[in-house]
Design a protein around this ligand. Structure first.
Ligand SMILES: C[S@@+](CC[C@H](N)C(=O)[O-])C[C@H]1O[C@@H](n2cnc3c(N)ncnc32)[C@H](O)[C@@H]1O
Length: 351
């Protein structure tokens, strides 16, 4: 039990890293037209800390938003201190409180057309905007946060990675549009992969060269191994994050240019699957109509008009129809008795 609690605490600490405004801007510019008249919900976001909240407050009028809601979680070690002052609370009260900010109007005070202040106090001068303490702890799964989720059209945030499966399951259950950051390897989770296969979710544009830099609370640098935390910038670098979405975008329909032709020598058949091995995504042959095993990074290039995803070779019982009978090893593909990397099985779509 003690170990379980310790692990949970460690996981919670590892969830505390904050997205930079520039990264949000870089990804969000590809989806601008989807936000008009929409209610956006940032449900893992302390408005004082979160650049997601800041981005939408700053761009409220440009995007034509109807409403922006942000809720934060009282488990966050950085949460709530500023807000106590706003509510005129005394220091006897607990330091951490969960609250909600609900914005329906952002006014241009100078009349110069520019909104350059995402400051909470400034936004709250407008009677149409409300800041209130939540009844519970701001957990995205709590009844009051689910009620807000139901009112939202699009959820945009960087949620706790330790709860990523549950987080996605909730978005799917309530049929919400979303644009969120998550761990790259979540692609292969047995709860997530079928959503990708069935075109219910896909990758966004992602971070430049796969490098994502985040801010962390001051006291947590020692949680990160050397090389991850950069003292000169105060940022941590993760290679394992990406954007997940179910909002359509241009890149998703870009055709992957195929230039290699199929030969039996270069593309051997697996021992245990009716499929050929393709070592690199760029090597997918243009003239092979059957099933191909490709690296997981294929998902970055996946265009649903060009290819069909059949499954992933690990933990996926749905691939039964591609198994070669009387072969004992049905997880990863085998080539001449050698176990290979996990592969995604795909097929070209008929034009
Ligand atoms: C990866 S951080 C990102 C914070 C912020 N969204 C951003 O991008 O800067 C995830 C946040 O989710 C919060 N969190 C953890 N568990 C949560 C829960 N059950 N419900 C809501 N938020 C939670 C954490 O406290 C943390 O601040």
């Amino acid at each position: 039990m003690a170990n379980k609690n310790l692990n949970q605490a460690k996981d919670a600490k590892k969830d505390e890293f904050y997205t930079q405004l520039a990264d949000i801007e870089k990804e969000l510019r590809h989806y601008t037209e989807h936000f008009r008249d929409k209610t956006v919900f940032c449900n893992c976001d302390d408005p004082y800390e979160s650049n997601f909240f800041k981005y939408f407050a700053l761009n409220f009028n440009r995007l034509g938003l109807k409403r922006l809601i942000a809720t934060c979680y009282d488990g966050s070690p950085v949460l709530g201190n500023e807000l106590l002052l706003d509510f005129g609370e005394t220091t006897d009260l607990p330091k951490k409180i969960a609250y909600k900010v609900d914005i329906t109007e952002v006014t241009d005070v100078n009349g110069d057309g520019a909104i350059n202040l995402a400051d909470i106090q400034y936004l709250m001068q407008n009677d149409k905007n409300v800041i209130s303490i939540l009844k519970g702890n701001g957990d995205f799964r709590s009844d009051e946060c689910v009620e807000l989720l139901k009112q939202a059209d699009i959820v945009v945030t960087n949620p706790p990675f330790s709860l990523f499966r549950e987080y996605i399951a909730q978005l799917i259950k309530y049929e919400k549009l979303f644009l969120i950051i998550g761990p790259y390897n979540a692609l292969t989770y047995k709860e997530i992969f079928p959503l990708i296969r069935d075109n219910k979710m896909w990758l966004g544009y992602g971070f430049q060269a796969g490098n994502a830099y985040f801010r962390i609370p001051n006291n947590s640098t020692k949680e990160y191994v050397e090389g991850v935390f950069d003292e000169s910038t105060g940022l941590v670098k993760f290679r394992n994050c990406t954007w997940y979405t179910n909002i359509d975008h241009v890149k998703r329909h870009e055709e992957l240019i195929l230039y290699k032709n199929y030969t039996l020598e270069e593309y051997p058949h697996y021992d245990n699957y009716y499929a050929i091995e393709v070592k690199k995504v760029s090597d997918i042959p243009y003239d092979y109509e059957g099933v191909m095993g490709v690296p997981i990074t294929f998902i970055d290039k996946f265009n649903p008009d060009q290819f069909q995803i059949l499954g992933i070779t690990e933990n996926n019982i749905n691939l039964q129809q591609y198994w070669i009978p009387n072969c004992k090893k049905y997880d990863r593909p085998y080539l001449n008795g050698e176990r290979k990397y996990s592969r995604i099985l795909i097929r070209k779509k008929q034009k």
